[in-house]
Design a protein around this ligand. Structure first.
Ligand code: SAH
Ligand code: SF4
Length: 395
């Protein structure tokens, strides 16, 4: 991790706040207060930190603590999904999506389709009683966050990949998405899961992602349960190993596999030429998994490229012995490509082959499609929003 001195104040951990404060002659106990203001209450303006001394408030403002991101549009989909377009200090825009759990009559009208966006639904019962109690009667929200402006990985079916890489997000910018998103929750909603599945490759921005993970799960802050945070990756093998080591396997992993052999995977995802399937699988097998947990395999079905039942059978053989559940995502069309999803009959046939082979396999429902918040569509509206939302300045 970077030395604390080069870290934005919003991205400081409590112990770093203590060091920063004592080194300038302030008392250490303010560390917890300031960290709590930022991460528990979402307040980043020192002027509003009422239990902090005036002198310290002034010095916090001087060192740059304050708003670093603002919501410029909120696109609300008919299914309750909300896409937030967030503008950063340098003018770059990124997107983050709030996905309320779908419940009530009709939510599972398509029985084979996973009602939740990307979440390990089968692990619901594993939370401890206290954690459960906090969410009783609440609508559980999953937030999908971005880690980069654009993406360098160049996957051919993905709008972020086609757009190319602009820069990494700082950990403060990654966390700011959650602070802004949490402030926008509706009455009765509670933030339960965070998935690193927005724009960018989280493990390409390893330092930013790792620090954001520590901040999001810190008990004095947003306090997400580590099992409720999922990092999705296109398969950067050394960083998967590093994540496993640094977090002792606590962070849930989702792997974008999308093919069962190197030839078809390399055609869809150039990163496969650097880290082919055998190396990726070895890293998954070595990931220090927590007991009873599983790695999520994401498989975007692209018509004519990876959607044949023969591929599903190959996939079943490939994943034998690895604790996984498989999410099938019919490709969401993107402007920059003529590729598209298969017919639903093919999607169901693909699923059946995997279920018959003994895997848990869900088809991910397209959420927020009408506001381009669905997977892989996250850069489409950034520059030319369809629906005007409202402005809100925070973190
Ligand atoms: N870079 C990371 C996380 C962000 S992408 C990764 O690739 O895992 C999140 C998921 O959306 C990935 O599984 C990705 O393959 C999928 N995705 C990207 N574009 C898509 C599209 N057009 N349709 C469906 N899924 C897509
Ligand atoms: Fe990047 Fe993930 Fe899109 Fe591939 S799918 S280009 S890794 S964001």
């Amino acid at each position: 991790m970077k030395p604390a001195a080069s870290v934005h104040p919003i991205a400081r951990l409590p112990e770093e706040w203590r060091d920063a404060l004592t080194s300038r002659g302030e008392r250490a106990f303010a560390a917890k207060q300031i960290f709590g203001w930022i991460h528990r209450h979402g307040v980043v303006d020192p002027a509003a930190m009422t239990n902090v001394s005036a002198r310290l408030r002034a010095s916090l403002a001087e060192e740059g603590l304050g708003s670093i991101a603002e919501i410029v549009h909120v696109h609300r989909s008919a299914d309750g999904t909300r896409k937030l377009v967030v503008r950063l200090k340098d003018g770059a825009t990124i997107e983050t999506v709030l996905l309320p759990a779908v419940s009530g009559p009709g939510a599972r009208s398509e029985p084979d389709i996973d009602a939740d966006a990307a979440v390990a639904d089968d692990e619901e019962e594993e939370d401890d009683a206290a954690a459960e109690e906090a969410f009783r009667g609440k609508i559980r929200v999953t937030q999908c966050i971005s880690t980069q402006v654009g993406c360098a990985m160049g996957c051919v079916f993905c709008a972020s990949g086609v757009a190319g890489w602009k820069r990494h997000l700082g950990p403060e910018e990654i966390v700011a998405q959650v602070l802004l998103g949490r402030a926008l929750l509706d009455e009765g909603e509670a933030l339960r899961n965070v998935v690193f599945m927005g724009m960018g490759e989280p493990l390409h921005n390893y330092d930013g992602t790792a620090r954001a993970l520590r901040l999001l799960t810190h008990p004095d802050g947003i306090a997400l349960s580590t099992r409720r945070v999922t990092v999705s990756t296109s398969g950067l093998v050394p960083e998967i190993e590093r994540l496993g080591r640094d977090f002792n396997g606590q962070i849930a992993l989702a792997i974008s596999l999308h093919a069962a052999d190197d030839e078809s995977r390399s055609a869809l995802m150039p990163i496969n030429k650097k880290y082919p399937i055998a190396e990726l699988l070895a890293a998954l097998k070595a990931y220090p998994m927590q007991r009873r947990r599983r790695i999520t395999i994401e498989y975007t079905l692209v018509s004519g490229k990876n959607d044949d039942v023969a591929e599903a059978k190959k996939l079943a053989r490939l994943l034998r012995g690895v604790p996984v559940k498989i999410n099938l995502i019919p490709m969401n069309p993107i402007e920059a490509s003529t590729l598209g999803p298969p017919e639903m009959a093919r999607v169901f046939a693909f699923q059946k082959a995997l279920v018959d082979a003994g895997y848990s396999c869900f088809i991910r429902r397209r959420r927020g499609d009408d506001v381009s918040a669905a997977c892989g569509q996250l850069v489409l509206l950034g520059a030319k929003p369809k629906v005007k939302g409202f402005r809100k300045s925070a973190s």
